[in-house]
Design a protein around this ligand. Structure first.
Ligand code: APR
Ligand code: PHB
Length: 389
């Protein structure tokens, strides 16, 4: 079998790249370890930068998002009862789009099927071979048969636990990591969101976030110790914790209900350098992880896809390898800025075990500065809606 671009991983990164390439007549095959239903069963964040929205439009998959997504012009940051409103449209000239990652992935799978593009699900033993040569290939097992896929390039879009990153020899690869001493317990509930914007709250009991998917589907989170198990949290315990951590005006009017999903996610900052080795490109979670506080996971994957897509277009349409040579540097330059923002939001809004009174004063001072300074609000707004590609 032969294709131009072998895409490892059928998450949002791999699917978006596949769809963009398909629209330009560049052939790509996607290899996914799980089933489509399994991939679509994963609940992830739901805030899309305008750059991501534009890429979805370029990929021809923006119709449902434009109909069902909700544009948010701002967000609320709370510290106890004190609130700061960040106006995205005023300070950054753009809103963000609230539309679940699951829906993004579903739209991309639907488009891929409609286009008749090839996807292998439930692949096993994916191995990336001769990546440093001009003739790379991928071997894998599918439905009990050994297969070989020859290609020009390989896009490693297989997430944090994939094989692509570890194909790069340890002597070439440097990994940077920060693990936070807490997780987020998140629930989905079929209740109206408490507010028409997201609320990020730093309270004495820890961080909380009020988010949403649509008018009758809310997504809420509370910071919790990593030793907690989701099943040990009753719905009642969750709602009690959430209400204690958000300003009273919201706690009083929040509509509670049974959770339809409940899970705990650890928080981590991670970057692998470089993001290209020979003809292998790392994209999305395969190369970097951010803590979810700035809603940057999917958005930072999208900027990689933007750089790689344009690099491949330059190669196939203009016979130039400039974009390919520049890929890792360009992607990492933006990733590190996004890492900084996600780390800053995380540091500002959480209660850290062993946090001393000085650290708490620093958080308060930071928030007071944000409250008083339009420049600080503008900096937050510009990062939140997304730095330019
Ligand atoms: N072979 C084939 N597929 C694999 C392999 C493998 N060895 N290992 C992992 N995969 C698949 C996973 O099953 C998954 O479907 O790769 C896909 C990677 O998808 P994601 O983890 O969703 O990563 P990515 O597509 O980069 O998405 C970006 O944005 O909100 C964030 O972290 C969130 O996943 C999200 C990310
Ligand atoms: C979500 O809706 O799941 C969500 C929103 C914003 C974040 C993180 C998660 O920062």
């Amino acid at each position: 079998m032969r294709t131009q671009v072998a895409i490892i991983g059928g998450g949002p990164s791999g699917l978006l790249l596949g769809q963009l390439l398909h629209r330009q007549g560049i052939d790509a095959v996607v290899l996914e370890r799980q089933t489509r239903d399994y991939v679509l069963g994963r609940i992830r964040a739901g805030v899309l930068e305008e750059g991501f929205v534009d890429l979805m439009a370029e990929a021809g998959v923006a119709d449902r998002m434009e109909k069902e997504g909700i544009r948010h012009d701002g967000t609320v940051l709370a510290f106890g009862e004190q609130q700061v409103h960040i106006d995205f449209t005023r300070f950054a000239g753009r809103p963000v789009m609230v539309y679940g990652q699951t829906e993004v992935t579903r739209d991309l799978y639907d488009a891929r099927e409609k286009a008749g593009a090839e996807t292998f699900f439930k692949v096993e033993d994916v191995t990336l071979c001769d990546v440093e040569t001009d003739a790379p290939y991928v071997t894998f097992r599918h439905e009990g048969e050994d297969k070989r896929l020859d290609c020009d390039y390989i896009a490693g879009c297989d997430g944090f636990h994939g094989v692509s990153r570890t194909t790069i020899p340890e002597s070439v690869r440097t990994e940077f990591e920060k693990v936070y001493p807490f997780g987020w317990l998140g629930i989905l509930s079929e209740t109206p969101p408490v507010h028409d914007e997201l609320i990020y709250s730093n309270s004495e009991q820890g961080f909380a976030l009020c988010s949403m998917r649509h008018r009758m589907l809310s997504r809420y989170y509370v910071q919790c110790p990593l030793t907690n198990k989701a099943e040990d949290w009753s719905d009642d315990a969750f709602w009690t914790a959430l209400k204690a951590r958000i300003p009273q005006e919201y706690a009083e009017r929040i509509v509670t209900g049974p959770s339809i999903e409940k899970s705990i996610a650890p928080l981590r900052s991670f970057v692998c350098e470089p993001m290209r080795w020979g003809r292998l490109f790392l994209c999305g979670d395969a190369a970097h992880i951010v803590p979810p506080t700035g809603a940057k996971g999917l958005n930072s994957a999208a900027s990689d896809i933007y750089y790689l897509y344009h690099a491949l277009l330059e190669h196939y349409q203009e016979k130039s390898t400039a974009g390919i040579e520049a890929y890792s540097g360009r992607a990492l330059a933006r990733i590190w800025k996004t890492q900084r923002f996600s780390w800053w939001m995380t540091s500002l809004l959480h209660r850290f075990p062993g946090q001393d009174p000085f650290d708490l004063k620093m958080q308060r001072a930071e928030l007071a500065f944000l409250n008083d300074s339009e420049d600080a609000q503008a900096a937050l707004a510009r990062n939140y809606v997304g730095l330019p590609y």
